[in-house]
Ligand binder design. Structure first.
Ligand code: 5GP
Ligand code: MN
Length: 341
């Protein structure tokens, strides 16, 4: 369906005052949190009652965002989260394509009797789960879709510094600081509009990226020096981080963010994979450069998906079999990797 018709349909629901809950995916990133905060503050300006629920904790490098301290974390406050969900008249699902991506929140979202509305840029949205799905896989970030939403109303009227900071955080983090998914001029035009509205983009960048602890930086060094396997013949590099590696550097949520991108800095590496050992699962984070799609790999073998150049997945297994399973599928992709550009 035409995007403007979907916007119109959602806008009609917003004509009357709603009790809105905005939810994001598990392990929320800068785009999830930035989009939720920008959208929430915009909806408050339209006079709606708004709460944001994240399934689990978000990284500390997003805590400075205006309004972040009011986000309910489901796993930490199940009762409070259920109370706002019970009172909701509309629930928005931001930056994820399927209910199961909300992790611990999924059963509560599934049981809802009020409409769910999707705003997202991941591939293969679970359309049946939503009354409206404002989904576009061509945009850099969900934040870009929130910008479109605000622009549909009146950008100049509703933009303020807090919303601009949140939108810029979403676009900046989902494009690796404007290094990928930026071949559409609109992305850069939106960033320009945010700067023109008075946003200090350099300051925002510093808040998100220049706040490493010593442990986090040393973990990055350890990951690259000691935990990286390079498979030249498959244009692939794998970094594996065990629970012991993480404990050694006093791991905090967010500390592994960005590590997966480093192997792509090698000239002939087209796919990078970070494998981390979690409580009872193994997490996969995939990145690629060029036309090779990691979404396909994540979907086919690792219960996941995402975007062409950034995807994730997980397996219920141990570290060494997880690494082996990945190494075993590499030959299948050799021809595509070789011919991708
Ligand atoms: P990350 O590697 O940063 O966790 O995830 C990369 C991208 O893939 C993000 O846009 C994220 O939302 C998406 N993603 C991560 N894990 C999954 C998954 O299990 N399924 C799907 N469909 N997308 C995922
Ligand atoms: Mn996103």
């Amino acid at each position: 369906m035409d995007k403007s018709l979907i916007l119109k349909g959602i806008a009609e629901l917003l004509n009357s005052r709603q009790q809105i809950v905005i939810t994001v995916h598990t392990n929320p990133d800068g785009d999830a949190i930035g989009s939720a905060l920008a959208f929430g503050q915009f909806l408050q300006k339209l006079d709606h009652d708004v709460h944001i629920i994240a399934p689990n904790h978000f990284p500390e490098f997003l805590a400075w965002l205006p309004g972040a301290d009011e986000i309910l974390v489901f796993e930490q406050d199940v009762k409070g989260s259920r109370a706002v969900l019970a009172a909701a008249t509309l629930v928005f699902c931001l930056d994820y394509n399927a209910l199961h991506r909300s992790g611990s929140l999924q059963d509560d979202l599934f049981k809802l009797t009020v409409p769910r509305i999707l705003i997202d840029h991941h591939r293969e949205p679970e359309l049946d789960a939503f009354l409206w799905a404002y989904s576009d896989t061509r945009v850099s970030s969900t934040a870009e879709l929130i910008y479109e939403f605000i622009a549909y109303y009146d950008f100049d009227k509703y933009i303020d510094n807090a919303i601009a900071q949140a939108l810029f955080t979403g676009i900046m983090t989902d494009t690796g600081s404007f290094s990928y998914a930026i071949n559409q001029a609109e992305t850069l035009e939106i960033a320009a509009k945010l700067v023109r509205s008075g946003l200090d983009a350099v300051w925002v960048h510093q808040q998100v990226y220049d706040t490493f602890s010593e442990n986090r930086l040393r973990l990055l060094g350890h990951a690259i020096s000691n935990c990286m396997l390079v498979f030249e013949e498959f244009s692939t590099a794998i970094i594996q981080l065990s629970k012991e590696d993480l404990q050694k550097f006093h791991f905090q949520i967010g500390d592994t963010e960005g590590i997966v991108n480093y192997p792509l800095q090698m000239k002939n590496i087209k796919m990078a994979v970070l494998i981390t050992e979690k409580k009872d699962t193994i997490r996969f984070s995939f990145r690629s450069k060029g036309s090779f799609s990691v979404h396909e790999v994540a979907k086919a073998y690792f219960n996941g998906g995402g975007h062409a150049n950034a995807a994730g997945g997980s397996l219920k297994t141990d570290m060494s079999s997880a690494v082996k399973q990945l190494i075993d599928v590499l030959p299948e992709y050799k021809a595509i990797l070789d011919s991708s550009n």
